[in-house]
Design a protein around this ligand. Structure first.
Ligand code: FDA
Length: 935
């Protein structure tokens, strides 16, 4: 939020000092020679602010309803109809959604009153069938419900319809037309569903003044249009359809590529253009039912629509054209002259919240594919501008980057499920139902291929419904632990001698088996770990990633390295496994972390004893099933569920174990470290500990941060999976200039989150893992209440181990709540007077796992890169959700001992290097060195 001239000047200097030559001389002087506090710099800032406002005024029809009304009157004087759109911040809370709805209601009332005094303009106030509404608004459904998410369509549709009904009612009362804008692809199906369902209700069934937008750049739109037509015929009342190309092309392409999902938009502009024309034809053929509005600035498309309507013999004014405020004004004038009905989409609202809209328009005006740029900036010839997209198809030679299938040479993360697809939601729901039928079974521990049942059991419960027993798992004691070490010890020579490529192949086969069972495994996580759908799915993907990544890493590291090229001597650098590895895993990433540590140890040639967390022993049993199913040699891996203090301790101190891979709390990690430091009798080496421990992670919110993004990122980082991630944000440090505003938006955003059982697809905050965890977090909350201002404490559901989210503001950096790890949904908010102070606070704990910064200042971002020394630093995004290979994960300070999981140094910790030197000189004869001694 750049409020003062000084702030603007500082940003100008940071962004443009190296490119000052693009500015006029006076401005260069202001940037170069003046401090951002000087009068000269402030004058430059003022000029820039003025220009930005002027630019915004070109595309935005005013900041207030009064200004918008003035703009409308001006439009009508030019025989241009309008549709008004209210710009706003992203709707992060129900409070904001309610405000948005109220503003629309006020707007409809104000427009209705004002419209009584408007002079009639026949060209725009009537169509082929008679008078049409003069008042026309456009709105976005995501603004009406803060949790609008395709993963939970039932709740999403119900809540949006609740807010939409009063708006439609008001529109019917004042005789207005309402169009539902189309937003990102992930909202499309839900938007169409809401539109159809509400218009089927008795109250609106015969109301013809509602419309929807369809985007020609989407491959699915033709089918959507045909479905819509069938539905309109059944409903019996016409609707309006605004056809656009689509405003989020870059976004859709980037997001799909990032997730490895099919790209929903056409890759090439001419494909969109051909589709646009195809859809125009369908719309015009059905103009009485679909009342077409052709929304484009592209004269080829406009000409096509005009010609098609003539060819089809449509009456005059049956087709409406629509264009954006401030764009293509010359084309607007020409259409009016031709006697065409033209409506201008006029957004209004404050500049800063409207920035997203403004950026989309600027992108459009500057894109190489933009019609307006080609016609008005590049002055392309008319023939070229009117050229058929079919012609372009003929001349298009090259394939685009997006056309190629992903290469198998490079590592790709397993794509997460796209829950906007109904098929994926159905598969997931089916898996949950199927898992439900398998609850309560008994699972043995596994050793040397033998299933062993014990008298003692671990009873695993569903944290959302503690009465539900997920499974009963054999509980190993010291005797079984002893046997597991002996098994691992005896299996070691054979497993170690298995070629690295064969070991890697076991991992690839395990990955394939896991992929086959991915929704089932995720469903077990929902039941046993209380993970909401997306989190559960992501955990399974991460587990698959580890298998593939470490398999590939082993192939990379396995060949012996020749150290030099001297005749007569061969020096080979090789790795060997450390021996018997003990894997002690946590419950919060029950499959991913267990799989990661186990597969790394195995592929490096160690035999492994896998001790999962008690709370998620059933998921671990599933992992063991997978390894058994692919024929992993029996002794290479043992599954030893049991209590940490009993079997864990025995394994750690056993003279025949060589390596401990642990992920968990600081206290246990330090205890293990202290234990292994003492050599016991019979021990033949110094044990290696690899430990991922806790964090007290902070996000800094700078005074210029995009608060929409900062609030969303903090909510996701602090309250996703109820804060039970070592990477979770537990401190947010906010610069004082934006402190109160950020806090206010954060509180209402969290109040709007859904707290509920993990199996409910809309749940954001699930229960804690067990009662012990709940008691600990409750104790921390009691302490926190004495250390700050509790600005939010949400009531928790009765059933399940829930703790409602808590926010404590005005916390001192030294307070217990700002220093000690809390594994739960509790967030401390701290105020910083300067960026330096914010950094100091962030670094003021002994942990250094993850950290984040929301800022638009290049200088501050650079400072954070240098000085915010945490294991994983995230800039302008959430601080959880590291991906294997892309964000190798692990901390510094007291947050861990060891190199990053999912990174290129990780496997080395599970091996030790050896050097083999051979003198190859035989009586004066030195053979060539080409020995490639594979391990
Ligand atoms: P032009 O012919 O210049 O086309 C530009 C468009 O082509 C891009 O916006 C993109 O869709 C597409 N494109 C660009 N590069 C491409 C490539 N390589 N491959 C394939 N396609 C490519 N948008 C929206 O998403 N939802 C909405 O609700 C609305 N509402 C709306 C109302 C009104 C009245 C108008 C005029 C426009 C909208 N829009 C919209 C915006 C619209 O989708 C579009 O972004 C602009 O109108 C620009 O497209 P033109 O057809 O005018 O120009």
């Amino acid at each position: 939020m750049l409020k003062t001239g000084e702030q603007v000047a500082r940003h100008l200097q940071e962004y443009f000092l190296d490119h000052a030559e693009i500015f006029p001389i006076a401005v260069q002087w202001g940037l170069n020679f003046a401090s951002h506090r000087s009068a000269a710099a402030r004058a430059v800032a003022l000029a820039v602010r003025r220009n930005t406002t002027r630019m915004a005024q070109r595309f935005i029809a005013g900041a207030t309803p009064a200004e918008a009304l003035t703009a409308i009157r001006k439009l009508r004087r030019q025989s241009l109809a309008f549709t008004l759109d209210l710009l706003g911040e992203a709707t992060l809370s129900e409070e904001e959604a309610a405000t948005y709805q109220r503003r629309y209601l006020d707007l409809l009332a104000a427009l209705a009153t004002a419209s009584r005094n408007w002079e009639p303009v026949e060209l725009i106030d009537t169509d082929q069938a008679g008078p049409i509404p003069r008042v026309n608004v456009s709105l976005k459904l995501t603004a009406l419900y803060s949790q609008f998410d395709a993963i939970d369509p039932e709740r999403g549709a119900a809540r949006v319809k609740e807010r939409l009904r009063p708006l439609f009612r008001a529109a019917t009362e004042v005789g207005a037309f309402v169009t539902i804008d189309m937003e990102q692809y992930r909202y499309k199906d839900l938007t169409l569903r809401v539109f159809k369902e509400i218009l089927e209700e008795d109250e609106f069934q015969a109301w013809p003044q509602a419309g929807i937008v369809l985007q020609a750049y989407l491959r699915e739109t033709e089918q959507d249009l045909r479905d819509l037509l069938t539905w309109v015929k059944a409903r019996g009342t016409p609707i309006g359809v605004r056809l656009v190309r689509g405003a989020y092309w870059d976004y859709e392409t980037v997001i799909a590529r990032q997730h490895d999902w099919p790209v929903p938009v056409f890759h090439r502009k001419w494909e969109t253009d051909i589709n646009f024309e195809r859809l125009v034809t369908i719309l015009l053929e059905q103009y009485q039912l679909l009342r077409p509005a052709i929304a484009t600035h592209n004269i080829r498309s406009i000409a096509y629509a005009l010609a098609a309507s003539q060819r089809l013999g449509l009456p005059e004014r049956a087709v409406e054209f629509q264009m954006l405020y401030g764009m293509g004004d010359a084309i607007k004038a020409a259409l009016v002259q031709l006697g065409q009905r033209l409506r201008v989409y006029a957004p209004f609202g404050e500049l800063i919240p409207g920035m997203g809209y403004l950026v989309r328009r600027l992108l459009e005006n500057t894109s190489n594919d933009s019609f307006l740029r080609q016609s008005f900036v590049e002055h392309a010839a008319v023939d070229e501008l009117l050229q058929s997209p079919e012609e372009e198809r003929l001349h298009d030679s090259g394939a685009l980057a997006g056309d190629q299938p992903p290469s198998h040479e490079v590592f790709h993360n397993e794509p997460e499920l796209d829950f906007a697809q109904e098929e994926n939601r159905r598969r997931f729901q089916d898996a949950l139902t199927s898992v439900c039928q398998q609850l309560g079974r008994t699972y043995p521990l596994m050793m040397n291929g033998e299933a062993i049942f014990t008298k003692a059991e671990i009873v695993s419960r569903n944290p959302s419904h503690p009465d539900e027993i997920v499974g009963r798992v054999a509980r190993a004691g010291v005797a079984e632990a002893e046997r597991s070490v002996s098994t691992a010890w005896h299996a070691l020579p054979t497993w170690r001698a298995t070629p690295a490529a064969a070991r890697a192949d076991y991992l690839f086969r395990a990955a394939a088996a896991m992929r086959d069972r991915r929704v089932e495994l995720a469903a077990w996580e929902v039941r046993e770990a209380g993970k909401p759908w997306r989190e559960a799915d992501a955990d399974v993907c991460e587990a698959i990633d580890y298998l593939i990544y470490y398999g590939r890493e082993m192939l990379r590291l396995a060949p012996a390295r020749q150290l030099d090229d001297l005749a007569g001597e061969v020096n080979a650098y090789v790795y060997q496994p450390r021996g018997v590895a003990v894997v002690i895993a946590p419950w919060n990433f029950p499959l991913a972390i267990l799989t990661g540590m186990t597969s790394a140890a195995l592929v490096a040639g160690n035999t492994v004893i896998m001790k999962p967390a008690e709370q998620t022993s059933v998921i671990a049993a599933k992992l063991m099933e997978i390894f058994s199913s692919i024929g992993l040699p029996a002794g290479a891996l043992s599954y030893l569920p049991g209590l940490g203090e009993e079997v864990g301790e025995h394994l750690v101190t056993h003279p025949r174990t060589n390596l401990i891979a642990f992920t968990g709390s600081l206290a246990v990690g330090l205890h293990i470290n202290a234990l292994v430091a003492q050599t016991v009798e019979g021990q033949r080496g110094i044990k290696k500990v690899i430990a991922e421990l806790g964090g007290k992670n902070a996000i800094i919110v700078d005074d210029d941060a995009d608060l929409d993004e900062a609030v969303l990122g903090t909510v996701a980082s602090a309250f996703g999976y109820a804060g039970q991630k070592c990477s979770a944000c537990s401190r947010v440090i906010v610069l004082e200039q934006v402190y109160e505003l950020f806090l206010r938006r954060l509180v209402v955003a969290i109040r709007s989150l859904r707290i509920g059982p993990a199996e409910d697809p809309g749940t954001f905050v699930p229960p804690l893992i067990d009662d012990e965890a709940r008691q600990k977090v409750r104790h921390s909350i009691t302490v926190a209440k004495g250390e700050g201002r509790v600005v939010l404490q949400i009531q928790e559901p009765r059933e399940g181990y829930f703790v409602g989210p808590v926010i404590v503001a005005d916390v001192s950096p030294q307070a217990v709540i700002a220093q000690e790890e809390i594994f739960g949904p509790v967030l401390a908010v701290l105020k910083a007077r300067s960026f330096d102070e914010a950094l100091e606070i962030a670094l003021g704990t002994p942990y250094a796992l993850t950290g984040g910064l929301y800022s638009r200042s290049p200088a501050h971002i650079e400072r954070a890169r240098q000085d915010l020394r945490v294991g994983n630093l995230y800039i302008n995004r959430k601080i959880t959700g590291a991906l294997v290979g892309r964000q190798p994960f692990g901390g510094l300070g007291l947050s861990g001992i060891g190199a990053k999981a999912g990174g290129s140094d990780y496997l080395l910790q599970f091996m030790e290097p050896r050097v083999i030197t051979e003198n190859t000189l035989r009586r004066g004869f030195a053979p060539r060195n080409d020995g490639d001694t594979r391990q």
